[in-house]
Each structure stands twice: as structure tokens, then as C-alpha cells.
Design a protein around this ligand. Structure first.
Ligand code: HEC
Length: 193
């Protein structure tokens, strides 16, 4: 195991100097890092939605409208960029970088098992995507038919909405995050374990 890692680090170091956009065989922990970066964003978004729902669904919609972009911005610091997107967007501002769309297309294939996906990007950066399945709680705002007051609020806030008509289990969208690669050669860094 250790030998494999040493070999991999050497390969990575070689590639980084010779060819920054090379594709690697291993994700070198990028998948764990992506999941960890998304954790607080997911948790706080869920809490904001639950809190908003206590004041009724139309209120929750406006809470979501303010909080979702604010939270994404709050956690998009230090070279990290994250967000949510979908093949059927409610908010066109949630359009993602192109590499994310390619992953979403894959999840939409009938035989896809929709596993979290890691992508090696240019400039030593990594991308990580997690699928979001439609759950029963989502149907109040993403299902069909919507309650009249919900439909009205959505139409007022999101005139180009494409995010209704989902069923439980459908792919609703994805969480995505882009982040810089680890400095594998930095002194004092420990990759033990
Ligand atoms: C109270 C209504 C409401 C509920 C319930 C709700 N959403 Fe949404 N959803 C919204 C609104 C409003 C937006 C647009 C937010 C924005 O402006 O970024 C949105 C946006 C999204 C997006 C971002 C992509 C896009 O279309 O803009 C995803 C993904 C998403 N919702 C998934 C879910 C999932 C999964 C659930 C259930 C766990 C859920 N939503 C429950 C109202 C809701």
C-alpha cells in the first residue's frame, strides 16, 4: 500500500510539472475531499429549508431563493466553488460549469447507478459531483400538481421555472464542487492512513 502511494505521489509530481491537465488513474483522495467540502453546504441548506417550511411553503420558497445562493457563496472561498444544478432548472443562475453537465448527462442514462463522480480538471483542480434524488418532501415544490398558492409564488419568483413534475426517485439535480489539488510535495504533510 505505502509503496503504491509513494509511486503515485511521484507520478503526480511528475505529471504536475510536465503536463498539468493529465488524467490520473486514482483520485488521490479527491472524492473524500469533495464530499467533506459539500457537507456543511448540504446541512445548512437542509436546515434553512426545514425552518422555512414551518412558516408555510410559499415562505419556504422565498427563504430558499435567498439562502441557497447565499450559502453557496459563503462556502465558495479559497479557490473552492460549489453549487447545485439540474437538467431542469428552477433558477437559471444555477447553471453549472460544463464539466458538471457532462456528469449530469451520465446520471440520466437509463442504466446509470448514479454514484458520486470525481473529475480531474485543468490547472490541477478537481471536480466532485453528488446526485440528488427527488424525495417525498420535495414534491410540494417540485412535483405535480402544485398547490395553487405554491404555483403562484414560484411563477412570480421564477418565470422560467422548469423544475416541476418530478416523481420520487427521479434525478432532481446535483451538488457540485470544484477545488484545488493538494500540495503533495509540501513539507510536513502527512498522508498516513
Ligand atoms: C419550499 C419549496 C421547496 C422544496 C420543498 C424543495 N425545493 Fe428545491 N428549490 C426550491 C427553490 C425556490 C429553488 C430555487 C433556489 C434558487 O433560487 O437557487 C430550488 C432549487 C433546487 C435545486 C437547484 C437547481 C435549480 O433547479 O435551480 C435543486 C437541485 C433542488 N431544488 C432540489 C430539491 C430537493 C432534492 C428537494 C427535496 C429534498 C427540494 N429541492 C425541495 C424550492 C423548494
Amino acid at each position: 500500500m505505502n509503496l503504491t502511494r509513494v509511486f503515485l505521489v511521484a507520478v503526480v509530481a511528475g505529471l504536475v510539472s510536465a503536463c498539468p491537465s493529465a488524467t490520473l488513474a486514482s483520485d488521490d483522495g479527491a472524492s473524500d475531499r469533495g464530499a467533506a467540502l459539500l457537507g456543511p453546504f448540504k446541512k445548512n441548506l437542509k436546515a434553512a429549508l426545514q425552518q422555512g417550511m414551518m412558516d408555510g411553503i410559499p415562505t419556504a420558497i422565498t427563504v430558499c431563493k435567498d439562502e441557497a445562493p447565499a450559502l453557496a457563496a459563503e462556502y465558495s472561498v479559497g479557490g473552492v466553488v460549489m453549487g447545485r444544478t439540474s437538467h431542469r432548472l428552477r433558477n437559471p443562475s444555477n447553471t453549472a460549469p460544463l464539466w458538471v453537465n457532462a456528469v449530469v448527462e451520465g446520471y440520466l442514462e437509463p442504466d446509470s447507478d448514479r454514484q458520486p463522480a470525481v473529475t480531474r480538471l485543468d490547472n490541477g483542480r478537481w471536480g466532485y459531483v453528488e446526485p440528488i434524488a427527488t424525495q417525498p418532501v420535495c414534491l410540494a415544490c417540485h412535483g405535480e400538481p402544485l398547490a395553487p398558492d405554491v404555483a403562484e409564488t414560484i411563477a412570480a419568483e421564477y418565470p422560467d421555472d422548469q423544475a416541476t413534475g418530478f416523481k420520487v426517485g427521479d434525478l432532481r439535480g446535483v451538488f457540485w464542487v470544484e477545488f484545488p489539488g493538494e500540495q503533495t510535495a509540501s513539507p510536513g504533510s502527512s498522508n498516513g492512513g
